[in-house]
Design a protein around this ligand. Sequence first.
Ligand SMILES: [Zn+2]
Length: 372
Amino acid sequence: MLRAHKIRLNPTLEQELYFRKATGNARFAWNWALAIIKEAGANQAKLPSVNDLRIKFNQIKRIEFPFIMETTKCAPDQALLDLKQALSNFFNDLKKRKPGQKRKDGNQVNFPRFKSRRKGFGSFYLANDQFAVKGYEIKIPKLGWVNMTEQLRFAGKLMSARISERAGYWFVSILVELPELISQAPERVIGIDVGIKTLAVDSDGEGFENQKHFSLAQKKLRRLSRWLARKQKGKKNWAKAKLKLARWHLRIANLRKDALHKMTTRLAQKASTIALETLNVPGMLKNHKLAKAISDASFAEIARQLTYKAQQVVLVAPFYPSSKTCNGCGVINKELTLAHRQWKCPSCGATLDRDLNAALNLRDEGIRIIGA
Ligand SMILES: [Zn+2]
């Protein structure tokens, strides 16, 4: 089982300069290879393989791009491997549709683009033989030991690391391979209804709230956005306001992630199998009223976390009418809208919380699917 731990770094000025150079070298290699591929494409020539470009890059880098040698060799090398992956994702996706035709779900993969410093520093990669971790420090080639704000949470084989920048902070995300955990959760199925007003409700009736401080944080976010809008673009105070806003965004993202982790850990302890609906998220994002709620609830993140925390996750098809079916008698109420918070069955008269009714249906559907 692979787990990643993202830790904020405390680099010295000199170390930060190295990070900037290394991310710059990664962008440089990506853009160098992409330019050659795009040129071949524009001339209707056969596209060179990224593998051949990697060999060429390593042959010429010492003479033609000496600055590349100032940082880890992993930075440009992994950027080229990332480009190879991005191209193969694009061409694989293209095979599934006609050229020029867009996918209905809006999930088509775009052709890789040039990376611009204006979009942020980006990141660079370190293979497992290129770094070491000891206590509060990580060792990086051609740089030495860099202080970390916390210790690595997992003990296991270090697989790789990636250093990135956000909101003026630098982070390292360390990927660790852990031995498989044997879950102690009781052998049973629970359903969860990922909510709009609440984070989620499970079929035991336990609700997980969108935390209060989260909506308070959102209020401050709006205030900071207005503050930024009043500043003159490009001026010193504008840059200050922009950084403050970016840091607040980061804080909210962390609050959300924290709430989701607490919830998914609790759910994985409660039952061996968890059934949830696969929402058609891109489809729902077109519905503007729901858009904010859905992105807040971070549905995809919940599914991702449960997949590695729970013994088994059952995904129920998005067209299964979990909200509109009565868990008591099975009648389907087509009249039900999002405004109805309470489920009142027109047939058997059952009255219960709308989300609990949906969670119970998802549990039963999950039991049916796995044949338990
Ligand atoms: Zn009923």
